[in-house]
Design a protein around this ligand. Sequence first.
Ligand code: MRU
Length: 358
Amino acid sequence: MPDITAVTHAQNIRYDRKAEALYIIDQTLLPGEEKEIRLQTIDEMVEAIRALRVRGAPAIGICAAYCMYVLAKSIRTEDRPTFLKRLSDYGQQLDAARPTAVNLGWAIREMMRTALEHVHDTRGQMLDALYERAVVIHEDDIAKCRAISEYGLSLLKEGDGVLTHCNAGPLATSRYGTAQGPFLLAAERGMHIRVFADETRPLLQGARLTSYELQRAGVDVTLICDNMASIVMKNGWVQACFVGCDRVAANGDTANKIGTSGVAILAKHYGIPVYVLGPTSTIDMACPDGDHIPIEERDGEEIKTMWYEKPMALPEVKCYNPAFDVTDHELIAGIVTEKGICRPPYTKSLKALFDDKK
Ligand code: MRU
């Protein structure tokens, strides 16, 4: 029996106030094992983000916010400049764990700003304020994902087929997700959407996480290898592509999981619209275009050995393993945020999101 709520409300990041402990679901073990691990030290936190135990742009932002609270509690000095310096050093270490997703640095800056605002309060008051800020970041994301899911679903009709790449579901966010949120919302409402999930090489977020979440929620999901997207589009099975984002530049150029730009180029060939779904916290107005987005490069061993008992290539073979690529804004039909759907020209429509103070 599909259990939609168990999927939409999965507690991928959980701060237990009674136990004073931060837990995440270790996403590297999925789908075989759903296991929580506790994050206590800066080294454990940086490792968890770098190894993708917690992953997805909004989720690493939320996790980093709780990490900053846990780390703030561990700083024992009563001297405020020393406290702020140590917290800021921790923030820099967390931020350096992964360079592309803008949410990480954004959440860390929010936490530092809160610490500064309470610099003259007692230690207890400052810690309370930091905890509350982390909770607000988490709860805001829940509300944003829900709104994004509604806007995304408004682009679809009964029976549509949608191709998605990587994982932008509840595990990558708070609840519902961004690019996968509309599919879960549709399932809740008894609407039939056929999803084609790219497996997403090299780390298989599509196979391990997206098809896991959607299958459990009762969504009609078909897993394909990345190189099968073209035939699925040619067959007429896909009416739209929905993808998440790690950083959207001011002109609409969008960094997302490696392979996303290839999907968008194929979609253009077949006349299929590509929508990017993400919260406004993923939009970096200080970044003018895709050329300015830092792209994480990961260890080539992930290509050669990560997903199979035996090596997939000779150990001495060179690998190039960028974790993200940038989709040109001209290939994007709309950017779906919690505030609505932005259309080209994005220099205007994205700017309007931030001018609007409502
Ligand atoms: O390397 P990952 O797994 O963190 O990459 C995740 C993605 O590319 C997602 O599509 C993106 O972060 C959006 S998640 C809502």
